[in-house]
Design a protein around this ligand. Structure first.
Ligand code: GAP
Length: 520
């Protein structure tokens, strides 16, 4: 646990030191759960967006992209259910004045019991060594069994209270389990209240209910309200998808863990419209396609797993998360939801406009069913950054910090460095950059020893460093160093473009995606 916290701290400080992510308005001591992407962070973020957009829109004939407004007609959020039901159950500790999500307090309590079980198993392993059968131990050890029973009891009670919106029941459970405030250590709790997560503001100059609008809490509704516009103007035939990347806002109470849970964040969402009755086929298809998209990045297949939802939202008939092994453990990275015809039907009802499709093959009108894929861009960023960040001990005993970023996502693709600042070497280096910069983001570095310059590029994940020396002036060759292997090779300047392109071109990643979709 402590190791994991240390890892997250290391990633946060690395992100700040090298210009990836800064706390927002830091000179005023920052604003909770809000971050700014720096000069390298915005490059990495843009590259992730491009990878998603190309894989979803450019590689699929039947998916198109839009860019809807953040502000939407307020009735949108009545229809979608967000005004009435996009709530968190909150409880305050009267002594520390700290506010918590009641369900999170209970989940953390469950996690503590889980850790007790794991400690018991570890003790068993120490005692019995190789002969230890962990499964049998879990099934028979009285302490483990007692704790497992406790977990089932709490989970069952929690599910029932949440399903029935039984706020008193939630408070009773917290009191029954004698959960204390982590700050004050007291059990002096207020009642549980529902708290809506949408930010609201006023449009125009007149205050009052009629002009209250919301900052969108998901981008998806911008797609639903444009369903017919896109279908008709693009002459789209079902099945087809509409994709969008954009900001979303949620007044998260427990916003923490760096950019994992923020109040202002970005989503990459796609709604795929299908014939009613065919939604489960497409749900499986998109589950598979999306996990392959993640795995193609090469961050390690063991870092991903599915979590199928047992308790479904009222609009869904199936839902799963793709979880990633973040420094804090496995957590949701992307959601894949079979949303039925709920959203379009709601918008039909609230707007009084038909949102139907005429299917020429069936000779029939219907409201399409929807499969949604929704991934948080900031969570993708954290996944890529944390899995790429490594402290390596080299053969000679020295250490380096390296970001093994997937080359197609790296901010700079190549650093060009003159060995010295004189003899025409800087001019030659800039000439090389001029030849590469149309296709690759390049950086120039002439300060410090070459060794130090390599380390700087390793730390920001630049896949290639090119050194220009006196021989370059004679025969137009340079040394190219690979970030991951640290191998150096002498090659002709004329070959640089091809060699860099082979490794950093998005085509490599997209090809992996296309191949896995064929097998899907
Ligand atoms: N349209 C469906 C939807 O919004 P969600 O599970 O609430 O579903 C989808 O959100 C994704 O958005 C999540 O899997 C996560 O990656 C990202 N996300 C949600 N809340 C977030 C937050 N507060 N900060 C950062 N990312 C968030």
């Amino acid at each position: 646990m402590e190791q994991r916290e240390d890892k997250l701290k290391e990633v946060i400080s690395h992100a700040k030191e090298y210009g990836f992510v800064f706390p927002s308005s830091e000179i005023y001591d920052g604003l909770a759960a809000t971050y700014d992407y720096g000069q390298l962070g915005s490059e990495l973020k843009n590259n992730i967006k491009t990878y998603w957009w190309k894989a979803m829109v450019q590689m699929h004939e039947n998916i198109v992209g839009i860019d809807a407004s953040i502000f939407m007609h307020p009735t949108t959020w009545k229809a979608s259910g967000h005004v009435d039901a996009f709530n968190d159950p909150l409880i305050d500790n009267k002594d520390s004045k700290k506010r918590y999500r009641a369900d999170v307090l209970l989940e953390e309590h469950i996690e503590k019991i889980r850790q007790k079980i794991e400690k018991e198993v570890e003790k068993g392993l120490k005692r019995f060594g190789d002969a230890f059968d962990a499964d049998q131990f879990r099934a028979t050890n009285p302490n483990v069994l007692r704790n497992a029973e406790k977990i089932t009891y709490i989970e069952d009670k929690m599910r029932v209270t949440l399903e029935n919106n039984d706020l008193e029941g939630l408070k009773n459970l917290i009191e029954e389990l004698e959960i204390v405030c982590p700050i004050s250590g007291s059990k002096n709790w207020t009642d549980v209240r529902q708290f809506n997560l949408m930010f609201s503001t006023e449009m125009g100059s007149v205050a009052g209910d009629a002009s209250t609008i919301y900052l969108r809490p998901e981008t998806a509704q911008g797609i639903f309200v444009n369903f017919l516009n896109v279908q008709k103007s693009g002459r789209m035939k079902i099945p087809f998808g509409i994709a969008q990347i954009g900001k979303a806002f949620r007044n998260e109470i427990i916003a923490r863990q760096f950019i994992f849970r923020m109040r202002e964040f970005e989503q990459m969402e796609m709604q795929f419209f299908v014939r009613p009755g065919e939604e489960m086929k497409w749900y499986e298809y998109w589950k598979n396609t999306r996990i392959q998209w993640h795995k193609a990045l090469g961050l390690g297949e063991q870092h991903y797993r599915f979590h199928d939802h047992i308790k479904l939202a009222h609009y869904a008939n199936a839902a799963a998360d793709i979880e990633f092994n973040f420094p804090m453990g496995f957590k949701e990275l992307e959601g894949i939801h079979s949303r039925t015809d709920f959203d379009l039907k709601q918008h039909e009802q609230f707007s009084g406009k038909k949102l139907q499709y005429f299917d020429p093959e069936l000779n029939q009108n219907y409201v399409p069913y929807v499969i949604e894929t929704s991934v948080g861009l900031d969570r993708m960023f954290l996944a890529v950054l944390s899995a790429s960040h490594k402290n390596e001990v080299l053969e000679d005993g020295s250490e380096r910090v390296v970001l093994n970023l997937p080359p197609a996502l790296a901010p700079y693709k190549v650093a060009v460095m003159p060995l010295t600042k004189k003899d025409g070497l800087p001019e030659k280096a800039r000439e090389i950059i001029d030849g590469l910069k149309f296709d690759f983001l390049c950086t120039y570095d002439e300060k410090d020893s070459i060794g130090k310059r390599y380390r700087r590029q390793d730390a920001i994940g630049t896949p290639f460093s090119v050194t220009v020396d006196h021989q370059t002036l004679e025969d137009n060759t340079v040394t190219i160093r690979d970030r991951d292997t640290m191998q150096q090779e002498r090659i002709a300047i004329a070959d640089l473009h091809r060699l860099i392109d082979q490794k950093v071109n998005l085509r490599t990643l997209l090809t992996v995606n296309t191949m896995s979709e064929v097998n899907n």
